[in-house]
Ligand binder design. Structure first.
Ligand code: NOJ
Length: 768
């Protein structure tokens, strides 16, 4: 066997030199190696020096775009190391010209010409921007979600990128956490399904295609459980919560073939995730038999020193490589210490071999060895980005992500022939907020604003009165160097309110756009307050005094505290940060061209003090006591959600009946079919997300009061009935039990099917 590898390696070497002499840009291996990537990987590895192996494990930021604390390594040193084969990947190098330039340095100067892989945060679109991931998750529409990832991959790959740092599949239950905008909310089942859809969208079924890119499951693990919702903060969860609530989406995408993982900034139970051998080796690589590579988060290896886990950079490198972090993003500790650690016998070369093989494997799968410049196509860059077709899809995606939270007087949909309408609010004509955080190459101020959307929807005879009501001001945000000039709400100036009130007096209906600016959520954007900032609440109450026909268009990246609004205002549309086509999509819903179908992927609290708030909580020993205060609640706030997980209204109504099981007992490997009849009882066609929840009543460990275990989005004409059937089986009923194993435990289960996590139709079955 060894001899074969040596022969293969030798032939490969000869080919490399032939290619060098011919000054060819690629080092195609296909002529003499069979298609087995493993052989190719081994052949390349056999040629590599220790230094070159370390080089593959180093990732540099391109200096053009900074998405973390900048390093003090000079561009000159970076260039030198690129030439020496000291770098395996770059991030934030975007555009065909820049990618080609960097790749050329490596192809023309390094001994082995191993191509760089180029990573970028393509989180909710590249230049065509889609709803923020939390918003898009509200569509519960896996086809739409997969397609938006596919389009993002097409645009990114047309601009030189072959690897995205997405999807973020951190389950999060805390509205204060700024990065809640980047995930799919509080439920592991929903997050798993959406995570897989995104991975398949980015990667397709063949990574070597020109328009697919490698995905990255992040952040492994626990990042969304930061204490107090404060970004980067400590995480304290037990092993069972880790397996049952945090890891399922990661396991699902590993199984679906995600090419890479990114580890996390946080510690769990005293061990930084970046240094966790249990997470990266025992669970991910050995347990799940996953063969991709793990990239660190930005500087997270070096930060193990600040955590108090490593005494210096050298030890940080040792701990991280032993734990299974394969690539160092911007800590510069692999580059500076790995070689030494191997030579001193502190780190076994087999660990580096494993890491490098994983990295090479992804590069081979992407086809980079066949053509290192395959993503550098100027024609594609000119023609495939921000196309009309992509914009049309962005509108479709955005309208499906909108959630109708309240419509108590049926103010919505508004007749397009309405005589006078007031469009008010600091976000009403703002073209930037909808672009959201993680906007990749989406330009500032590039969205269709709500006002623009309304103008193109209504009849020529409709009078539109626009007033800001309060202004946005520039925020001094030196802390976040990558994001220039973020805006914020003015906290003192109320001088624009009277004009807005006058506009409201004149109008039949007021559309009020309030919420959060783009960079109020995202990395490092945790908040202790989640209500309307600045003078927005004053504006709302002033308008309400003169005109009660208000539709709030809420634009935001997290669940907000909107208790007063929910109590007083008749109509509220949750519009997140919806991307490039925001205004058109909102107008589609406001004027009834699209009947809203979104459902919340996160709970909205009455009060921020309820956070973390999530529907799938445990019961406690004192869930409720109607006669005194000694139960698990609050004395000054409800304990339930204002708007619960899975909730969302439509312009029509749906009735659920005849919840039936095909049997009342099953054994652990059997299955039960649960079905329900859903009828559209309203006057117009609509879509409904039918949701199934279960409760395992008694377990070796306590189980959540409800857990989502199935959903299907259906479309029903007025008066139409459909039967929806779900199958319950081992995969859905098992959990990580007191035996530290995934098991189905015998006992009784409840099952609910309905239109939200508060579904009332319930029946039961027993597992023997
Ligand atoms: C830090 C973030 O946590 C991570 O998600 C992102 O991919 C990297 N920076 C690179 O920008």
């Amino acid at each position: 066997m060894k001899i074969i590898y040596q022969i293969v390696a030798l032939s490969f070497l000869m080919l490399l030199f032939t290619n060098c002499n011919n000054k060819k840009e690629n080092i195609s291996t296909s002529s003499f190696l069979n298609n087995n990537i493993e052989h190719k990987v081994d052949s390349v590895l056999a040629l590599m020096t220790l230094k070159e192996k370390v080089g593959q494990m180093v990732q540099y930021n391109g200096s053009w775009d900074v998405t973390g604390p900048p390093s003090n390594v000079s561009d000159k040193d970076k260039l030198e190391n690129l030439k020496n084969g000291g770098v395996g990947s770059m991030l934030n190098v975007v555009s065909v010209r820049k990618v080609r330039e960097a790749q050329k340095i490596v192809m023309e100067n390094t001994r082995l010409k191993i191509p760089l892989i180029f990573g970028y945060d393509v989180i909710h679109g590249f230049k065509t921007i889609f709803p923020i991931p939390l918003g898009e998750s509200a569509s519960w529409d896996l086809k739409i979600i997969k397609k938006s990832a596919r389009i993002a991959a097409k645009e990114a790959s047309a601009s030189g990128i072959n690897w995205t740092f997405a999807p973020m599949i951190d389950v999060s239950r805390d509205a204060r956490w700024g990065r809640i905008m980047e995930g799919s909310g509080e439920d592991p089942f929903l997050t798993s399904k959406i995570g897989v859809a995104r991975v398949l969208g980015f990667q397709g079924n063949d990574l070597s295609k020109n328009f697919t890119i490698a995905a990255c499951a992040k952040h492994f693990a626990g990042y969304g459980f930061a204490e107090a919702g404060r970004d980067y903060n400590t995480v304290n969860v037990g092993i069972h919560e880790l397996h049952n609530a945090i890891l399922p989406p990661f396991k699902a995408v590993a199984k679906a073939g995600v090419a890479t993982f990114m580890n996390a900034f946080n510690e769990i139970d005293g061990v930084p995730s970046t240094g966790s051998e249990n997470l990266q080796r025992t669970i991910l690589k050995e347990g799940w038999k996953w063969d991709g590579f793990v990239v660190s988060d930005w500087g997270s290896i070096g930060e193990m020193i600040t955590h108090g886990y490593a005494k210096d950079k050298k030890q940080a490198a040792e701990l991280a490589v032993k734990a299974g972090s394969d690539m160092d993003m911007e800590s510069y500790v692999y580059q500076n210490y790995l070689e030494k650690l191997v030579k001193e016998g502190k780190v076994d070369i087999s660990l580096l071999n494993d890491a490098v093989k994983r990295i090479l494997r992804v590069k081979f799968k992407l086809g980079l060895f066949d053509d290192p410049y395959k993503y550098c196509n100027e024609k594609r860059e000119k023609t495939e980005i921000f196309t009309k077709e992509n914009q049309d899809f962005a509108r479709e995606d955005a309208k499906k992500s909108i959630v109708l939270l309240k419509n108590s007087t049926n103010l919505l949909p508004i007749n397009k022939k309405i005589k006078t309408i007031a469009v008010i609010g600091p976000l009403a004509d703002d073209k930037d907020a909808p672009i959201g955080n993680w906007r990749a190459k989406g330009g500032s101020n590039s969205a269709v604003s709500l006002l623009e959307g309304v103008k193109s929807a209504v009849s020529k005879n409709t009078k539109i009165i626009y007033q800001k009501g309060c202004v946005l001001v520039k925020k001094d945000d030196k802390q976040h160097t990558g994001f220039l000039f973020p805006l914020t709400f003015n906290t003192t100036d109320k001088s624009d309110i009277p004009a807005a009130v006058n506009a409201a007096k004149e109008a039949e209906v007021v559309i009020l756009a309030i919420g959060e600016v783009a960079l109020q959520t995202g990395e490092g954007r945790s908040q202790a307050k989640i209500g309307f900032s600045g003078v927005q609440q004053d504006l709302l109450e002033a308008i309400y005094k003169v005109n009660k026909n208000i539709v709030i268009v809420l634009m935001n990246g997290r669940p907000m505290q909107i208790t007063w609004a929910a109590e007083h205002v008749p109509s509220i549309l949750e519009c997140w940060h919806l991307g490039s086509q925001s205004g058109n999509a909102i107008a589609d819903v406001l004027f009834g061209d699209y009947n809203p179908s979104g459902k919340l992927p996160v709970s909205f609290p009455y009060h921020v003090g309820q956070e973390p708030l999530y529907y799938n909580h445990k019961n406690t020993g004192r869930p409720f006591n109607p006669v005194n205060v000694t139960y698990s609640g609050y004395t000054d706030s409800p304990k339930i959600a204002l708007f619960p997980f899975g909730y969302g209204l439509s312009y029509t109504t749906f009735d659920y009946k005849n919840l039936k099981l095909d049997k009342s007992e099953m054994n652990k490997d059997g299955s039960i079919k649960a079905s329900v009849e859903v009828t559209n009882t309203g006057k117009i066609e609509g879509e409904e997300v039918v949701q199934m929840y279960i409760r395992d009543l008694v377990g070796s460990l306590t189980r959540p009061v409800r857990e989502l275990k199935g959903f299907e989005k259906i479309s029903l004409k007025s008066g139409e009935t459909k039967t929806v059937t779900f199958t319950l089986n081992r995969e859905l009923l098992q959990f990580y039990t007191a035996n530290n194993k995934w098991e189905v435990e015998p006992g009784d289960f409840n099952v609910w099917i309905g239109g939200s996590s508060k579904a009332k139709l319930m029946t039961s079955f027993t597992v023997k």
